[in-house]
Write a protein that binds this ligand. Structure first.
Ligand SMILES: C[S@@+](CC[C@H](N)C(=O)[O-])C[C@H]1O[C@@H](n2cnc3c(N)ncnc32)[C@H](O)[C@@H]1O
Length: 348
């Protein structure tokens, strides 16, 4: 931080010139004859205990590849909008970054990460013993917790038992209040899996610089005070969605706040990458000052064809090069025979 503004990176989006690392590539023929190049991890080596609306687990490979392409070796990877923190966890686990710093405005979410990294066995014990039913859900939903521990447990419980993992006040319990759905309230609360994921994240605790319950600007101020050199820090911004954010998060942005974030990131000399839901106002916001956003297609690989969920991610960055792959996940069909791996460095 504190670098000469003359040397700030121009917010351009380049094509990849090389590829390397633990990601594998496949060529795939699409129905319209286009050759696409999905960029995939063979397996996710760490999964966040939180199921997060707008969670970016599938983007971790892209961010990792972007760091490699630009020959960066950040000492510190900063996520000022941590949520489920899936990208930070993956990169620090893969040792692509030395340390991570997480900021998050929602006190429940911030407390969750604090307890995971500082007090994980308390949380494990509670996860193993909490009664997962509607009465407990009501207690957590109505509770105004002040202790970090209670906030952490409330976060995990409500995240795993509320519709789509949504913590916003309006979200109801999985299965509904009448429990008439085929889904039970505990269907996303697999105790052993959660315990494993908490412990896997907790094992990274000595590489966590800080977890802060604060606005994103405060996270940036904290980092600035450390006086690190420009390329020693990498920022990954994953702000609240532009569309429908009030239904997804307890804390979300007004148009003015989206603009304030844009103004700040475009002035930052350190490498950064930002992801958004692709929508016209955000494309417009970032299409000024010579900066052009880029769409990424995310395809979920496991769902049957008829119900296959498809999502797109908008990427903006000041990096000189971004991976040329625009698809981050293989479709179920591509996992089948006939999908030939290509040699490293091969082009679509
Ligand atoms: C899109 S989610 C992040 C998802 C995360 N990248 C993941 O992989 O799970 C955005 C997060 O920003 C948080 N947030 C909202 N307003 C904020 C603010 N002013 N400062 C910091 N965090 C904020 C929300 O609570 C939410 O957790």
């Amino acid at each position: 931080m504190g670098s000469d503004p003359e040397t700030q990176r121009a917010p351009v989006l380049g094509r990849a010139s090389e590829r390397s690392g633990s990601l594998s590539e496949v060529r795939a023929e699409t129905p319209n004859g286009h050759r696409e190049l999905p960029l995939v991890r063979r397996e996710a080596s760490i999964v966040s205990p939180l199921r997060y609306p707008g969670g970016k687990r599938r983007l971790a490979g892209f961010v990792a590849e972007a760091i490699r392409l630009n020959s960066l070796q950040p000492c510190l990877f900063v996520e000022p909008f941590a949520g489920g923190a899936s990208v930070a966890l993956q990169l620090v686990k893969d040792r692509l970054v030395e340390r991570i710093a997480l900021g998050e405005k929602d006190p429940l979410v911030a407390s969750f990460w604090k307890v995971v990294f500082q007090d994980s066995e308390w949380l494990v014990e509670r996860v193993q013993n909490v009664k997962v039913d509607l009465a407990t859900w009501d207690q957590f939903k109505q509770g105004s917790f002040t202790s970090t521990r209670d906030q952490a447990l409330a976060c995990l419980f409500l995240n795993r038992t509320s519709f789509s993992g949504i913590l916003a006040a309006t979200a109801g319990p999985i299965g509904g209040r009448q429990a008439s759905s085929k889904y039970s309230i505990d269907c996303r609360f697999p105790v052993d899996t959660l315990v494993r994921r908490i412990r896997e994240a907790a094992a990274l605790a000595d590489r966590v610089e800080f977890v802060a319950n604060c606005d994103w600007r405060e996270t940036l101020r904290r980092i600035a005070k450390r006086g690190m050199k420009r390329d020693e820090v990498f920022y990954y911004f994953d702000p609240p969605f532009y569309q429908k954010a009030h239904r997804l998060y307890s804390h979300f942005f007004s148009d003015r706040q989206h603009r304030a974030l844009r103004d700040k990131v475009l002035s930052m000399p350190s490498p950064w990458l930002l992801s958004y839901d692709p929508c016209a106002p955000i494309i417009h916001l970032y299409s000024q000052n010579g900066c052009s956003p880029r769409r990424l297609e995310l395809l979920y690989s496991t769902a049957p064809r008829a119900t296959q969920a498809k999502a797109e991610e908008l990427i903006v960055s000041n990096l000189a090069a971004l991976p040329s792959a625009t698809r981050l996940w293989r479709s179920a069909k591509e996992w089948q025979v006939g999908c030939q791996p290509v040699a490293r460095g091969g082009r679509a």
